[in-house]
Design a protein around this ligand. Structure first.
Ligand SMILES: [Zn+2]
Length: 272
Protein backbone atom coordinates (compact mmCIF):
# COMPACT_ATOMS: atom_id res chain seq x y z
CA UNK A 1 0.00 0.00 0.00
CA UNK A 2 1.34 3.39 -0.90
CA UNK A 3 -1.48 5.62 0.23
CA UNK A 4 0.58 8.35 1.79
CA UNK A 5 -1.15 11.55 2.81
CA UNK A 6 1.87 13.55 1.72
CA UNK A 7 0.81 16.57 3.77
CA UNK A 8 2.59 15.13 6.84
CA UNK A 9 5.90 15.54 5.04
CA UNK A 10 5.11 19.23 4.62
CA UNK A 11 6.02 21.50 7.54
CA UNK A 12 3.85 24.43 6.38
CA UNK A 13 1.04 23.78 8.87
CA UNK A 14 3.48 23.07 11.71
CA UNK A 15 5.49 26.23 10.98
CA UNK A 16 2.31 28.30 10.86
CA UNK A 17 1.36 26.80 14.23
CA UNK A 18 4.79 27.62 15.69
CA UNK A 19 4.55 31.23 14.45
CA UNK A 20 1.27 31.60 16.34
CA UNK A 21 3.05 31.07 19.72
CA UNK A 22 6.58 31.85 18.61
CA UNK A 23 7.77 33.93 21.57
CA UNK A 24 6.57 31.45 24.20
CA UNK A 25 7.97 28.50 22.27
CA UNK A 26 11.34 30.13 21.59
CA UNK A 27 11.89 30.65 25.32
CA UNK A 28 11.59 26.90 25.89
CA UNK A 29 14.52 25.92 23.65
CA UNK A 30 17.57 24.38 25.34
CA UNK A 31 20.56 26.68 25.85
CA UNK A 32 23.41 27.43 28.20
CA UNK A 33 25.83 24.48 27.93
CA UNK A 34 29.42 25.46 28.58
CA UNK A 35 31.05 22.26 27.42
CA UNK A 36 31.32 20.55 24.07
CA UNK A 37 29.69 17.14 23.50
CA UNK A 38 31.75 13.95 23.79
CA UNK A 39 30.69 12.82 20.28
CA UNK A 40 32.08 14.41 17.11
CA UNK A 41 30.40 17.51 15.66
CA UNK A 42 30.90 18.43 12.00
CA UNK A 43 28.43 21.26 11.40
CA UNK A 44 28.98 24.87 10.44
CA UNK A 45 27.79 27.77 12.54
CA UNK A 46 24.74 28.30 10.30
CA UNK A 47 23.33 25.23 11.99
CA UNK A 48 24.54 24.66 15.53
CA UNK A 49 27.68 25.35 17.52
CA UNK A 50 29.05 22.47 19.61
CA UNK A 51 27.83 24.24 22.74
CA UNK A 52 24.32 24.55 21.36
CA UNK A 53 24.33 20.85 20.55
CA UNK A 54 25.47 19.99 24.07
CA UNK A 55 22.58 22.11 25.43
CA UNK A 56 20.24 19.69 23.68
CA UNK A 57 21.98 16.68 25.26
CA UNK A 58 21.58 18.39 28.64
CA UNK A 59 17.82 18.71 28.06
CA UNK A 60 17.67 14.94 28.78
CA UNK A 61 17.98 13.53 32.32
CA UNK A 62 21.41 12.04 33.30
CA UNK A 63 20.60 8.37 32.60
CA UNK A 64 19.34 9.28 29.12
CA UNK A 65 22.47 11.32 28.46
CA UNK A 66 24.58 8.30 29.26
CA UNK A 67 22.54 6.18 26.83
CA UNK A 68 22.80 8.86 24.11
CA UNK A 69 26.53 9.37 24.63
CA UNK A 70 27.14 5.67 24.26
CA UNK A 71 25.18 5.26 21.03
CA UNK A 72 25.76 8.59 19.24
CA UNK A 73 29.08 8.93 17.44
CA UNK A 74 28.77 11.97 15.21
CA UNK A 75 26.54 14.89 14.17
CA UNK A 76 27.12 16.17 10.65
CA UNK A 77 25.72 19.26 8.90
CA UNK A 78 24.61 18.99 5.27
CA UNK A 79 23.17 21.04 2.44
CA UNK A 80 19.38 21.62 2.39
CA UNK A 81 17.11 18.68 1.59
CA UNK A 82 13.42 18.15 0.91
CA UNK A 83 11.04 15.23 0.63
CA UNK A 84 10.81 14.25 -3.03
CA UNK A 85 7.32 14.28 -4.50
CA UNK A 86 7.52 10.50 -5.09
CA UNK A 87 7.91 9.89 -1.31
CA UNK A 88 5.52 7.55 0.45
CA UNK A 89 5.26 7.02 4.18
CA UNK A 90 7.15 3.73 3.99
CA UNK A 91 9.69 5.07 1.52
CA UNK A 92 10.55 8.73 2.09
CA UNK A 93 12.84 9.98 -0.67
CA UNK A 94 15.33 12.76 -0.11
CA UNK A 95 16.20 15.36 -2.74
CA UNK A 96 18.57 18.34 -2.75
CA UNK A 97 16.60 19.92 -5.60
CA UNK A 98 13.71 22.07 -4.43
CA UNK A 99 12.05 21.66 -7.83
CA UNK A 100 11.57 17.94 -7.14
CA UNK A 101 10.15 18.55 -3.66
CA UNK A 102 6.54 17.93 -2.62
CA UNK A 103 6.52 21.68 -1.89
CA UNK A 104 9.08 24.32 -0.79
CA UNK A 105 8.05 23.69 2.84
CA UNK A 106 8.42 19.87 2.67
CA UNK A 107 11.84 20.32 4.26
CA UNK A 108 13.93 17.60 5.89
CA UNK A 109 15.55 19.25 8.89
CA UNK A 110 17.43 16.16 10.11
CA UNK A 111 17.73 12.38 10.06
CA UNK A 112 19.52 9.52 11.79
CA UNK A 113 22.10 7.43 10.00
CA UNK A 114 22.58 3.81 11.08
CA UNK A 115 24.75 2.76 8.11
CA UNK A 116 27.82 1.92 10.22
CA UNK A 117 25.69 -0.13 12.62
CA UNK A 118 24.21 -2.08 9.70
CA UNK A 119 27.67 -2.63 8.18
CA UNK A 120 29.58 -3.62 11.31
CA UNK A 121 26.85 -4.96 13.60
CA UNK A 122 28.23 -2.74 16.37
CA UNK A 123 25.46 -0.44 17.63
CA UNK A 124 26.08 3.18 16.67
CA UNK A 125 23.95 5.99 15.30
CA UNK A 126 24.95 9.25 13.66
CA UNK A 127 22.76 12.33 13.16
CA UNK A 128 22.58 14.52 10.07
CA UNK A 129 21.25 18.08 10.39
CA UNK A 130 20.39 19.96 7.19
CA UNK A 131 20.67 23.65 6.51
CA UNK A 132 17.25 25.19 6.04
CA UNK A 133 16.01 27.14 3.07
CA UNK A 134 12.61 28.52 3.97
CA UNK A 135 10.14 30.48 1.83
CA UNK A 136 10.29 34.20 2.62
CA UNK A 137 7.13 34.28 4.76
CA UNK A 138 8.64 31.62 7.07
CA UNK A 139 12.23 32.85 7.02
CA UNK A 140 12.41 34.03 10.59
CA UNK A 141 15.41 33.50 12.92
CA UNK A 142 13.34 32.19 15.84
CA UNK A 143 11.38 29.84 13.63
CA UNK A 144 14.60 28.33 12.27
CA UNK A 145 15.91 27.73 15.77
CA UNK A 146 12.63 26.11 16.81
CA UNK A 147 12.62 23.76 13.80
CA UNK A 148 16.27 22.81 14.26
CA UNK A 149 16.00 22.32 18.03
CA UNK A 150 12.88 20.21 17.65
CA UNK A 151 14.61 18.19 14.94
CA UNK A 152 17.83 17.65 16.89
CA UNK A 153 15.95 16.51 20.01
CA UNK A 154 13.81 14.23 17.81
CA UNK A 155 16.92 12.52 16.43
CA UNK A 156 18.51 12.29 19.89
CA UNK A 157 15.31 10.63 21.09
CA UNK A 158 15.75 8.09 18.27
CA UNK A 159 19.36 7.49 19.33
CA UNK A 160 18.05 6.83 22.83
CA UNK A 161 15.29 4.46 21.70
CA UNK A 162 16.84 2.49 18.83
CA UNK A 163 18.77 0.05 21.07
CA UNK A 164 15.46 -1.03 22.64
CA UNK A 165 14.04 -1.73 19.19
CA UNK A 166 17.02 -3.14 17.33
CA UNK A 167 19.34 -4.87 19.81
CA UNK A 168 18.24 -8.40 20.68
CA UNK A 169 17.75 -8.82 24.44
CA UNK A 170 18.50 -5.17 25.16
CA UNK A 171 17.49 -4.29 28.69
CA UNK A 172 17.10 -1.18 30.79
CA UNK A 173 16.80 -0.92 34.53
CA UNK A 174 15.37 1.13 37.35
CA UNK A 175 16.96 0.27 40.69
CA UNK A 176 17.16 -3.53 40.75
CA UNK A 177 14.24 -3.97 38.35
CA UNK A 178 15.02 -4.67 34.71
CA UNK A 179 12.86 -4.20 31.61
CA UNK A 180 13.17 -5.70 28.15
CA UNK A 181 13.58 -2.90 25.59
CA UNK A 182 11.07 -4.35 23.16
CA UNK A 183 8.43 -4.83 25.86
CA UNK A 184 8.84 -1.20 26.89
CA UNK A 185 8.18 -0.06 23.32
CA UNK A 186 5.13 -2.30 22.97
CA UNK A 187 3.73 -0.94 26.23
CA UNK A 188 4.27 2.60 24.98
CA UNK A 189 2.61 1.77 21.65
CA UNK A 190 -0.48 0.34 23.37
CA UNK A 191 -0.89 3.49 25.47
CA UNK A 192 -0.19 5.85 22.55
CA UNK A 193 -2.75 4.16 20.28
CA UNK A 194 -5.52 5.11 22.74
CA UNK A 195 -4.91 8.76 21.79
CA UNK A 196 -4.54 10.78 18.61
CA UNK A 197 -0.93 11.17 17.39
CA UNK A 198 1.18 13.49 19.56
CA UNK A 199 2.07 15.70 16.57
CA UNK A 200 1.17 16.46 12.98
CA UNK A 201 4.31 14.65 11.79
CA UNK A 202 3.55 11.58 13.95
CA UNK A 203 0.16 11.23 12.26
CA UNK A 204 1.99 10.02 9.15
CA UNK A 205 2.48 6.69 10.93
CA UNK A 206 -1.17 6.03 11.90
CA UNK A 207 -3.82 4.33 9.79
CA UNK A 208 -7.42 5.51 9.42
CA UNK A 209 -8.33 3.74 12.68
CA UNK A 210 -5.57 5.48 14.61
CA UNK A 211 -3.43 2.32 14.79
CA UNK A 212 0.28 2.28 13.97
CA UNK A 213 0.84 1.40 10.33
CA UNK A 214 2.55 -1.95 9.92
CA UNK A 215 2.57 -3.05 6.29
CA UNK A 216 5.87 -4.88 6.63
CA UNK A 217 6.38 -6.86 9.87
CA UNK A 218 10.13 -6.22 9.62
CA UNK A 219 9.42 -2.52 10.05
CA UNK A 220 7.17 -2.78 13.09
CA UNK A 221 9.40 -0.45 15.14
CA UNK A 222 9.46 2.47 12.70
CA UNK A 223 6.03 3.99 13.48
CA UNK A 224 6.39 3.32 17.22
CA UNK A 225 9.84 4.96 17.35
CA UNK A 226 8.51 7.99 15.44
CA UNK A 227 5.61 8.53 17.86
CA UNK A 228 8.01 7.96 20.76
CA UNK A 229 10.57 10.47 19.43
CA UNK A 230 7.87 13.11 18.94
CA UNK A 231 6.46 12.37 22.41
CA UNK A 232 9.89 12.67 24.07
CA UNK A 233 10.43 16.05 22.34
CA UNK A 234 6.98 17.20 23.47
CA UNK A 235 7.94 16.21 27.03
CA UNK A 236 11.31 17.98 26.93
CA UNK A 237 10.09 21.18 25.26
CA UNK A 238 6.51 21.45 26.50
CA UNK A 239 5.06 21.98 23.03
CA UNK A 240 4.24 19.89 20.00
CA UNK A 241 2.31 21.05 16.98
CA UNK A 242 -0.71 18.80 16.49
CA UNK A 243 -3.32 21.28 15.29
CA UNK A 244 -5.27 21.25 18.56
CA UNK A 245 -4.93 24.70 20.19
CA UNK A 246 -4.77 23.33 23.73
CA UNK A 247 -2.46 20.40 23.08
CA UNK A 248 -0.06 22.48 20.93
CA UNK A 249 1.19 24.13 24.12
CA UNK A 250 0.13 21.46 26.63
CA UNK A 251 0.88 18.22 24.76
CA UNK A 252 -0.06 15.86 27.63
CA UNK A 253 -3.33 17.56 28.58
CA UNK A 254 -5.28 14.47 27.45
CA UNK A 255 -2.60 11.83 28.30
CA UNK A 256 -1.01 12.33 31.74
CA UNK A 257 -0.22 8.58 31.93
CA UNK A 258 2.03 8.92 28.88
CA UNK A 259 3.82 11.89 30.42
CA UNK A 260 4.54 9.68 33.46
CA UNK A 261 5.71 6.84 31.24
CA UNK A 262 8.10 9.11 29.29
CA UNK A 263 9.57 10.37 32.56
CA UNK A 264 10.11 6.76 33.66
CA UNK A 265 11.62 5.75 30.28
CA UNK A 266 14.06 8.68 30.21
CA UNK A 267 15.27 7.82 33.70
CA UNK A 268 16.03 4.16 32.97
CA UNK A 269 19.64 3.05 33.08
CA UNK A 270 21.35 0.81 30.62
CA UNK A 271 22.15 -2.73 31.81
CA UNK A 272 25.84 -3.10 31.16
ZN1 LIG B 1 12.13 10.27 13.18
Amino acid sequence: MTTSKLSEFDMRETMTGYLYNIHDIFRKLPSGARRKPIFAVETDSMLFSSWEIQSHVLAFPPNSRQRINRQLKKITGKQPAWFHRDSTWENPIETNDILDAISPTAIIPSKTDNDNWIKTGIPETNIVVYRLILPRNFDHYRLRRIILSQALLHEMAHVLSYPSAYIADYQLMQGSKSFKGKELLINFAKMAEKHPPISHYASLYRDVNGKFKVDDPKKIWTPICEELAETIVAYLLGFSYCGDRERNIDPFADRPEIEEWIKMFLNLKEVK
